[in-house]
Design a protein around this ligand. Structure first.
Ligand code: EZ4
Ligand code: CO
Length: 405
């Protein structure tokens, strides 16, 4: 079974997505997600100009060989652009293989390890009262694990709070010729967050799992202090408490707090975890299929993590398309090391373009029983939603210094 065409489509049904469509000589079409938020066109070019011409004529069944061909064969390994492009190829080929087998992808990945896929939702508010309303809404939808983000007094609305009017307020990418800017201060953040957890615990009790994303903003010792101050409220995890480049930092945090730690949404391969995983400095890996070399790349990470009792928590923001999310769900249901799946709901217009076979009910997913990945991409619908330049915000300290967003 040979590949006869590989086409890249960039569309924006509410937000930008990069999709790869791979067609075989027996008429099967596999789809892959290559969306890299704010840098979409770089991946589109990587695929269009450097990968698509080499894909045509290759054996569609040779997934591992093709993965290595683009990973090792390019000489320039890793990096978010390269690994998102490889992810799209890998997912499209798994989709084709599972369609050819007449099975949902998870069956090819070993079949079910569990009955349902637990997901956590997002709650957010400009202040604690608004956050509590949002948590209540998520509970009513059936979530029993909720990520809480809140505006900090004296700061701009900031990470996880602001957004474009009329869109889900947690959507961080904003259309326009330049990134928007935010201001942030660690002192007021560290004083306020324990009060937020205290209030939310008081109102919602002990059973609800609470998660929080620090988005790389603290120094290791500040992160350690945050962890200690939140221990009485037993968070499910703290995510990205400090910058992800220097893994040594996580040792300091680990030595001071028993709060579970999650990291890895900005990583793109197994080797990014060479310190965090064997030293057991985290409890959850946040890698997504789309940003870590596809089903093949992510399964390698999870097999390694499992040795150290570290579990999966796939990144599931709106900037991962329904194709990327579907691929994640097939791994979630089949891999032993599953922990939890993030779910930031896509807005309705997204489903004009992506027809999905997965389903979500009362805080849990099912990958669906369609053959393959289970997602059908409608190219004519996509053409009605052309690419729109959009960026993630840039964050600054109060004096204007550029800070981690
Ligand atoms: O900032 O998806 O855990 N989720 C997150 C996301 C990321 C965006 C980046 O594109 O941190 O909101
Ligand atoms: Co995050």
């Amino acid at each position: 079974m040979n590949i006869v065409s590989a086409e890249v489509v960039v569309c924006s049904p509410g937000r930008n997505f990069v999709t790869l469509l791979v067609t075989t000589d027996d008429g099967l079409v596999g789809v892959g997600d290559a969306t890299l938020n704010g840098r979409e066109l770089a991946v589109a070019s990587y695929l269009q100009d450097h990968i698509a011409p080499l894909l045509v004529g290759r054996d569609a069944q040779a997934i591992e060989g093709t993965w290595q061909y683009f990973y090792r064969g390019a000489y320039w390994r890793r990096g978010p652009v390269t690994m998102a492009a490889i992810a799209a190829v890998d997912v499209a080929l798994w989709d084709i293989k599972a369609q050819a087998a007449g099975m949902p992808l998870y069956q090819l990945l070993g079949g079910r390890s569990r009955e349902t896929i637990r997901a956590y939702g997002h709650a957010h508010g400009r202040d604690i009262a608004e956050l509590a309303d949002s948590v209540r809404e998520r509970k009513e939808q059936g979530f029993d694990a909720v990520r809480v983000q809140v505006g900090i007094p004296g700061n701009d609305p900031g990470y996880g709070i602001s957004g474009t009017p009329g869109k889900p307020r947690y959507e961080p990418a904003i259309a326009g010729p330049r990134p928007t800017e935010e201001r942030w201060d660690a002192g007021s953040y560290l004083r306020f967050i324990p009060k937020v957890f205290e209030n939310i615990r008081q109102e919602f009790g002990d059973e609800l799992d609470l998660l929080h994303d620090v988005h790389h903003r603290l120094t290791p010792i500040e992160a350690a202090r945050l962890g200690k101050s939140l221990e009485p409220y037993h968070p499910f995890w703290l995510e990205d408490v400090t910058v992800a480049e220097n893994q040594q930092s996580m040792r300091t945090v680990r030595e001071h707090t028993t709060v579970p730690l999650a990291m890895g949404e900005t990583y793109n391969s197994l080797v990014d975890y060479l310190q965090l995983i064997p030293e057991q400095l985290i409890d959850y890996v946040r890698s997504a299929v789309t940003h870590s070399g596809g089903v093949t790349g992510l399964r390698r990470i999870l097999d390694f993590a499992a040795v150290y009792q570290i579990r999966s928590a796939a990144h599931g923001p709106t900037d991962i398309s329904p194709i990327g999310l579907a691929a994640s769900l097939h791994i979630d249901v089949s891999h032993h090391a599953f922990g939890i799946q993030e779910y930031m709901q896509h807005e309705e217009t997204v489903f004009d373009v992506f027809d999905v076979g997965y389903s979500f009910d009362r805080g849990a997913f099912q990958p669906g029983e369609r053959a393959g990945l289970g997602v059908v991409f409608d190219q004519s619908a996509a053409a009605k939603h052309p690419y729109k330049q959009a960026y993630l915000p840039v964050n600054r300290l109060r004096d204007g210094t550029v800070h981690d967003w």
